[in-house]
Write a protein that binds this ligand. Structure first.
Ligand code: SF4
Length: 189
């Protein structure tokens, strides 16, 4: 398969997702960027749930993201919580309403049903796409936003996850979240 064909396929899936979300009755009042911000906040850890984290992840301007976050706050889908140690920093937390909304939406039914019809090959495809993403993240000069458990700083201390970068203990559930500080392990030469 050539790179161009793979790109075409990914672009088609992206387009199908946009259409599916646009037509979903639960999203009649929501802009795509607002939904993207909610999905990011549901997947990221406590080092990454800041306005800057959302901006970097979505690759949009600060002004655009700021407007979207204000709209989400007005809809009571996120709340701002001051950082316990740095009073200038805020964290964005999903409300119960936002979590229920995402639970009803994700994964998109068209994709989940297609993957289920593929059986074991659907799971293989997911693994291969994950490997492809790691490869791209390793070589691209952008924040990888990778899974915490795959980070070179991820450690186990007293059988619990621990961040070697911040020198702080992590909750077991953090291992499955994405992080803006993530760095892929060095590849042996
Ligand atoms: S181990 Fe890596 S991914 Fe996990 S919190 Fe620390 S820097 Fe982030």
């Amino acid at each position: 398969m050539t790179g161009t064909t793979l790109f075409d396929l990914l672009e088609r899936f992206s387009s199908l997702s946009r259409i599916w979300f646009r037509q979903h009755p639960l999203l009649a009042e929501m802009q795509p960027i607002q939904l993207s911000a909610l999905m990011y906040l549901a997947r990221c850890n406590h080092y990454s749930n800041t306005p800057l984290g959302v901006t970097d992840y979505l690759g949009l301007t600060k002004g655009t993201v700021s407007q979207s976050l204000k709209a989400l706050e007005a809809k009571e889908l996120i709340v701002k919580v001051q950082d316990a140690r740095d009073k200038r920093s805020v964290h964005l937390q999903l409300t119960d309403a936002a979590r229920s909304l995402l639970e009803a939406l994700l994964p998109p039914a068209f994709l989940a049903e297609g993957e289920a019809r593929m059986g074991a090959r659907g799971a293989q495809l997911e693994t291969l796409l994950g490997e492809l993403l790691c490869e791209v993240q390793r070589s691209a000069d952008v924040p990888s936003f990778g899974l915490c458990r795959s980070c070179r700083f991820h450690q186990q201390v007293d059988d619990l996850p621990f961040c070697g970068l911040t020198q702080e203990p992590l909750a077991p559930s953090d291992a499955k979240l994405i992080c803006r500080e993530h760095q892929a392990p060095e590849v042996a030469a």
